[in-house]
Design a protein around this ligand. Structure first.
Ligand SMILES: CC(C)(COP(=O)(O)OP(=O)(O)OC[C@H]1O[C@@H](n2cnc3c(N)ncnc32)[C@H](O)[C@@H]1OP(=O)(O)O)[C@@H](O)C(=O)NCCC(=O)NCCS
Length: 172
């Protein structure tokens, strides 16, 4: 009961905005924390000098990254849309560990999808999630994604999909 109320309270106060260069450190921290916990495909921690190069390139590309902020104006996470094929986008997201499980991720995803769709009219939005990653899977299912049987001739992802280990999801 307490968890539910608490969740509702935080959820109603999330705002999102497009990432800027000053958000590099936030994404760096989230990336390495997620790698350490095994939530990402990559097993390697990244160095900041490599991250900043990657981030600058992303900011200039078709990729869109939204940053989630709570009511205390604290930036806690991101949602990223990468184009994987003509106007088909793969979405991924991450939060700083101290914000896990509080309702932030799901709401940040909802708001980011709404904003992204209104600005870019994507043909399709897809995602790949590790099956053991219950929180992430729930975030996507709650936000109108459905699990699709992965077909490597038909489907595209940035990350490699092993259908035994990862779900392939599409936004309805
Ligand atoms: C994935 C991630 C962004 C989700 O954000 P979050 O704020 O932690 O998730 P939420 O609090 O919105 O919870 C999402 C759902 O998981 C449930 N949940 C939360 N903690 C849980 C736990 N420990 N076990 C099972 N379910 C849990 C919530 O109840 C919610 O489901 P509901 O809305 O049906 O009740 C965040 O956990 C994260 O950054 N993880 C590391 C990076 C990562 O895994 N990224 C995804 C790669 S695609």
């Amino acid at each position: 009961m307490l968890k539910k109320n608490n969740k509702l309270k935080v959820s109603s106060t999330v705002t999102i905005s497009l990432a800027k260069i000053e958000d590099a450190k936030l994404l760096f921290k989230i990336h390495n924390a997620s790698v350490e916990s095994g939530f990402f495909n990559s097993k390697n921690l990244i160095f900041y000098k490599d991250h900043i190069k990657w981030f600058k390139k992303k900011l200039k590309s078709k990729t869109k990254i939204y940053i989630g902020k709570n009511s205390n104006k604290k930036k806690f996470g991101y949602v990223r849309f990468d184009e994987v094929k003509n106007n088909v986008f793969e979405v991924s997201l991450g939060n700083l560990p101290k914000f896990y499980g509080k309702g932030y991720g799901s709401l940040m995803l909802e708001k980011s999808i709404k904003k992204f769709k209104s600005k870019h009219e994507p043909k399709k939005i897809i995602s790949a999630v590790k099956k053991f990653n219950v929180r992430s899977t729930k975030c996507f299912l709650k936000n109108n994604f459905v699990k699709i049987k992965f077909d490597k001739k038909k489907h595209y992802t940035i990350t490699k999909i092993n259908p035994k280990k990862e779900y392939y999801l599409e936004l309805k």
